[in-house]
Design a binder for this molecule. Structure first.
Ligand code: NI
Length: 257
């Protein structure tokens, strides 16, 4: 079986057996996941919006999954055939793996939002990577795939840390270009109008699926965007990367885990 110990995330990671893995490397007999080779060429370290003139936006939802609000949001998205990206907190994934499974089954992308939502700027590299790896591991356990982008809690991550994460885990740091500040609980009408009013081609829109008012705002926000001619893509897609749901994660037969 695949154990946490031999689930290797990203490049340059050292296997329990001492082997060093690089992305796109041929699979060895050891327990490794080879990252898709298209990630190797990317030099995208920090992203706030997508460089596109097309009427595309990416909805992103942070801090979940939440046991009731997230399923309600998934219903809203499904009804409109909208695919979004969820920046999940690892310990919530461990609690609600079935909700993460549903997200993936319905075409959404999963991003990494750390294990326990700390201020990463206060942590050293080792602990930053631990926050990310634990979360990717929980996501892997739930849906047999791992996030390829991360978002720092509070958007707080130094330039040096962003480069370190890119080097060590091949993950670009995804920030946002539209922030309705839903966490301040301004009410669902305000949240919806800020989202619709703030949208531009290539916008990455931040919201949180742990607030009832945010989920309540979504029908009006999404319909407002549709009315303005916007279409929705996941973060990977809007950045011109391969559709995360279609990435093929090659898993070798594992030795004793
Ligand atoms: Ni957050």
């Amino acid at each position: 079986m695949l154990s946490r110990r031999n689930l290797i995330i990203g490049s340059g990671a050292t296997l329990a057996g001492g082997l060093v893995l690089t992305p796109g490397a041929a699979l060895s007999a050891s327990g490794t996941i080879a990252l898709p080779t298209d990630l190797e060429a990317e030099r995208m370290i920090t992203v706030t919006a997508a460089p596109t003139r097309a009427n595309l936006v990416a909805m992103t939802f942070d801090d979940g999954p939440h046991p009731t609000y997230t399923p309600a949001l998934l219903d809203i998205l499904k009804k409109r055939r909208i695919r979004a990206t969820f920046y999940v907190i690892g310990q919530n994934v461990a609690r609600y793996p079935d909700i993460v499974k549903r997200m993936v089954d319905e075409g959404h992308e999963i991003g990494n939002h750390t294990w326990r939502h700390p201020f990463l700027t206060k942590l050293g590299s080792k602990n930053v990577l631990r926050e990310l790896d634990r979360t990717s591991d929980a996501v892997y356990r739930a849906v047999q795939r791992i996030p390829v982008t991360m978002r720092p809690p509070y958007g707080a991550l130094s330039r040096k840390q962003r480069a370190m994460i890119h080097d060590e885990r091949e993950m670009p740091t995804i920030l946002w270009s539209v922030d309705p500040e839903d966490w301040r609980r301004p009410g669902s009408t305000v949240v919806a109008s800020r989202i619709v009013g703030g949208a531009r081609p290539g916008a990455i829109i931040l919201s949180h699926d742990i607030h009832g008012a945010t989920v309540k705002a979504m029908p009006a926000a999404l319909d407002g965007l549709i009315e303005k001619g916007y279409r929705f893509e996941t973060v990977s897609m809007i950045l011109g990367r391969r559709d995360w749901s279609k990435l093929r994660w090659r898993l070798p037969k594992l030795a004793q885990g």
